[in-house]
Design a protein around this ligand. Sequence first.
Ligand code: AMP
Ligand code: ZN
Length: 468
Amino acid sequence: MEIYFYNTLTRQKEKFEPIDINEIKIYSCGPTVYKNATIGNMRTNIFQDVLRRVLRYNGYKIKHVMNITDVGHLVSDGDDGEDKMLKSAREEHKTPLEIAQYYTKLFFEDLKELNVETPEIVCKATEHIKEMLEYVEELEKKGYAYETSTAIYFDISKLDKYPILTNLDLENQKAGARVEIDNEKKNPADFALWIKAPENHLMKWDSKWGPSYPGWHIECSAMGQKYLGEQFDIHTGGIDLVPTHHENEIAQSKGKCGKIPANYWMHGEYLLINGGKMSKSLGNVYLVKDIKEKGYDPIVYRLYSYSCHYRNKLNFTWEGIDATAKSLERLRNSYQLNLNGTDELTQNDKERLIQIEENFHKAINDDLNMPLAMSYVWELAKFEKKNPEVAKMLEKFDSVLGIKIDKINSENQDIPQEILDLVEMRKIARENKDWTKSDELRDLIAQKGYIVKDTKNGMEILKGVKNE
Ligand code: AMP
Ligand code: ZN
């Protein structure tokens, strides 16, 4: 089945044509590991994980690279402000390396909680200084870089077109002067490839320009090229990366090898909190651990993110999370109910299942339309007949959803007294070895939308999805 992705580069939805059908190559901009990752950052990681899973659902093998920015970058996306890593190190009385190790570990723990797969290659900036230096030297050799008293800059006027991802008006940007103007820069939008380190700067490396350190954008260009080649299939990141980081990655790559590094550029929109920005001053910076501490399975947040297309802003509310927690419980119960279901499937039922699968597949292939895909997941979860074939299909869908649909709900559930009485009657029947009655009672309980499982620790009652 054909796959379509919205490509920021061409500003339209395009049919996905891989460079090599045997392996799809993806690069994702990873975290700057100087603070906790928020659930906003995690939304971007979930989107990227869904992309991986959708490609695999279509039978593709993937080589996915994600970098860890453990050097720099500056507080603003321009070339001004303090170095984020160094600021945290100073504030937390740790070395930059300790800061990076600490937050990298937490980042991967959060990904695990959300069932986000680790990319095939995770690469740290500090372990690729040589590659970055070579890249900058090559740009200098080709006339795209020049030295000032503070840094080595990329000269954007040497390109045929800049910017190309956005319609930014550089003249106006200059007037707005968000970026501090360095008088030595040839063009206001020139950006630092390599930065000369001041005397007391902690993270620096020897180069022909003296003790210095890499700019932020060069990191992804150098590592992307090392692991995926000069041109690969998909480049992803959060929407905020478009006008600076990704624009500059493209500039670097065009300078070095005359190519745009990726064919498809995919960007995830922001998560809002109660309709606004997440900010420390508003006290609404939420982490995965906050979701857990409120008693929710973090996977609830993953499912919550499917209520909105990745290219739209998603509004986070605790009420939304609470409602989604119930949805997750119902989906998991439906899976169990089907796994143990004994209803016969007619030819017509089988055809309907095939149709649901096709609809689901079409939705995920249409630029990862998860809200639409979820409507087919629910159609399946509410299928009138309870049969292991339905469970099998739910499991297949879960290879994309990643909501661990086969996990048994452990939360206390409100089981009606009527059901508890039937379960008790079944227990007595079993004690009396009256298997026929035990089975009849199990079927009766199932008809009422519950499932009773015999486990090592006794009987377990699960609430199923009622047929509507
Ligand atoms: P930051 O921690 O601000 O450097 O963000 C790291 C990456 O996470 C950014 O490049 C964004 O792509 C993404 N990100 C940050 N905040 C949000 C948010 N509220 N919603 C979605 N993605 C975000
Ligand atoms: Zn990047």
